[in-house]
Design a protein. Structure first.
Length: 167
């Protein structure tokens, strides 16, 4: 990681996390009025309660403001106006750092809990803890880690079936 990214990471108020559960999760960006244009899609790389990093095929200028739409693997939806904080060419794509401008409090709290629980889990894995998973984990429903125990996987399947019945 270059020095500029290290500096940016040190300046963040909210810890970011990356998960393979986000692979393939599209991020949709649309221009805000008075601007117009076609929406563009990117791929979510990391996430925090304050923003995210994505990869997209076109550059977006720093300080541009857009509307973000994202559907998480658990079907919860995040909509927020965002500001581009960082843009850097990465091979044929662009790494874009985004700041949430008006994320709803309940979603900021959810992402904050997901981040805290995910990073806590990573720490328990590194320490070879006996009980890695915690059933009150905010990331539990979308977790795809192989450390997730069979009992917890069965409970996850049961919970998902119940949610599907409700929908």
């Amino acid at each position: 990681m270059d020095d500029k990214l290290d500096f940016l990471m040190d300046q963040r108020r909210f810890p970011r996390f990356q998960s393979s559960a986000f692979q393939g999760v599209p991020v949709r960006l649309k221009p805000l009025p008075p601007f117009f244009g076609e929406p563009t899609q990117g791929k979510l790389l990391d996430l925090s309660a304050g923003g995210m990093a994505i990869l997209i095929e076109e550059t977006i200028p720093k300080d541009a403001k857009l509307k973000l739409e994202l559907t998480f693997p658990d079907h919860s939806i995040l909509e927020s106006n965002i500001r581009v904080c960082y843009s850097k060419a990465e091979k044929k794509e662009f790494l874009i750092g985004l700041e949430f401008l008006d994320i709803p409090d309940f979603m900021r709290n959810k992402i904050s809990r997901m981040s805290e629980d995910f990073l806590g889990c990573e720490n328990r894995i590194k320490k070879n803890a006996i009980n890695i998973c915690q059933l009150d984990c905010a990331f539990f429903s979308i977790c795809d880690k192989h450390q997730k125990t069979k009992l917890e996987k069965e409970l996850d399947i049961t919970l998902q079936m119940k949610l599907n019945q409700i929908e």
